[in-house]
Design a protein around this ligand. Structure first.
Ligand code: GLN
Length: 259
């Protein structure tokens, strides 16, 4: 029996495209943006599904009570309350985001304040700057950070470590078991960036590996590979909070009219 290793998930980025689970490609199955208002309390969170480990994030989001949907088409970008950008290969993801005409809608929604969480390659996609980008490589940006791709070097290119994490939910405590797979680190972070975790030991000790800035969050590591849902729960609560603010903002003009 073939047991796929974690690394096999990332070994052949292009072949993963064909293994992406079904999307809302059937127009009748696509509820569209208006459904957002109906599903009170249930955030609709997209997982960018052009490449990478999409399934694991969908499973984590669903387990937390969110509606997890794949995002591969521009219309799907409009119909979500938040977005997860998975691990994979950032150079491939960037190319496919452009090829699928997703870049402009994603940039707009991120600029409008849509919450987004990037894991590993997803962190690279959300970074304003890459220290060693491939020629032509673009990111979506939003996080005022410089990331270094494949930063940990060949000897420790994949490893696991327990990290202290600055949990936003005060009821969440304890370290997080972080899985790094050819991960980036944050080489530099702007003043508005909150550092959530750093490498705890070894040659890279002290390097920043989890950040938040407003509604954007990123980790160098892969919380989706284990059963620990606490990092996803942090993101789901950012999305819920944003939904609440949005619905308040939609209602307040009416309230002013009737005052
Ligand atoms: N090294 C990959 C990149 O540069 C990221 C690896 C990952 O997402 N596991 O995009």
């Amino acid at each position: 029996m073939r047991r796929p290793s974690r690394r096999a998930l990332y070994a052949d980025p292009v072949s993963t495209i064909s293994t992406i689970p079904g999307t809302t490609a059937d127009p009748a199955a696509d509820p569209g943006p208006d459904r957002r208002a109906d599903a009170v309390g249930v955030p609709r969170i997209g997982v960018l599904a052009v490449q990478g480990d999409v399934r694991e994030h969908l499973a984590a989001l669903t387990a937390l009570g969110a509606e997890g949907v794949t995002v591969r088409r521009p219309a799907e970008v409009e119909a979500i309350d938040g977005l997860v950008i998975p691990g994979g290969e950032s150079t491939v993801m960037d190319k496919l985001v452009r090829a699928f005409d997703l870049r402009e809608p994603l940039l707009r929604r991120i600029a409008e304040g849509m919450p987004a969480y990037g894991s590993c390659a997803g962190m690279i996609m959300l970074a304003d700057r890459i220290a060693d980008a491939r020629p032509d490589q673009q990111t979506l940006g939003g996080l005022d950070i410089t990331v270094r791709r494949n930063a940990f070097g060949r000897q420790v290119d994949s490893f696991e470590q327990d990290l202290d994490y600055a949990w936003g939910d005060p009821s969440t405590t304890g370290t997080v078991h972080a899985v790094f797979i050819r991960a980036p680190w944050v080489e530099q972070a702007g003043p508005g960036v909150e550092v959530l975790a750093r490498v705890s030991e070894g040659p890279a000790a002290g390097r920043i590996v989890a950040v938040r800035q407003g509604n954007l969050m990123a980790t160098s590591f892969h919380p989706e590979v284990g059963a620990d849902r606490r990092i996803h729960a942090e993101f789901v609560s950012i999305v819920r909070e944003h939904r609440l603010q949005q619905s308040g903002a939609r209602q307040s003009p009416e309230r002013e009219d009737t005052a």
